[in-house]
Design a protein. Sequence first.
Length: 275
Amino acid sequence: MLFMSSAFKTVFTFLVGRPLLAIVLAAAVVGVLLLGTHRQDTPVTHRTQHVKLTDAQQMQLGSQEYAKTLRENRARIVASGRQYAEVQRVARRIDAVASRDKPNFVWKVTLIRKREANAFCLPGGKIVVYTGILPLTENDAGLATVLGHEVAHATAEHVAERIERQHLTEVAAMIIAGGVAFTPAQFVRLTALLGVGAGLPFSRSQESEADHIGLIYMARAGYDPRQALAFWKRMARASRGQEPPEFLSDHPSDTHRVERIQGWLPQAQREYSRT
Ligand SMILES: [Zn+2]
């Protein structure tokens, strides 16, 4: 069940018995929500985007998925100790930089005890890190590389773009408006787009953009961007083993990744020298 406020619950209960009214109402709400497409420039790469879901709507979608993830992993949440402190420390610095591009987003990070080498940031700024990635990040700068990349997916509104491209914006808006009137198939496709733990299908160009923005973010946060190269080389080595890290299977790697990062390095080092 989706998270709903008690007011929505009352309305929802009322509408369940009146499906036609529910559909008309939902369509009206969606019509209002979708009047304006907002245009934004992506941070760092300055690509013009046309996205209909507002910051507030993206935050609500992300928060619902975040609450679900935390509920499902309640017994595995790490709330103290060295790894917890490291994740909080690095996330705070990266989030402070990302906030300049997305001042409305509310950033929060949770560390979950899992062997999977993975991390993700939901739309609106809610971050989840699995302990399994920490042996690969090795140090704060390595973790800043991962968090910079993940947070960049959120500030560049990549999920909203994917939702839009799959013509699911109306479904998303309806879910945000209280979960009335959607087909199960659409709902499954939408949650697959949000279901980051299970492999968020970002496009290759979005991945590359997240690498670029993330590199600049880590530099602005005061981490040596050359450490990003060291991290991606470690990941490439690890992926030659029998089981490549999940982080790479979610984020398809290619031989050009390190070369592209090398190309952005002078820009990143200028930003780093200003910190
Ligand atoms: Zn990615």
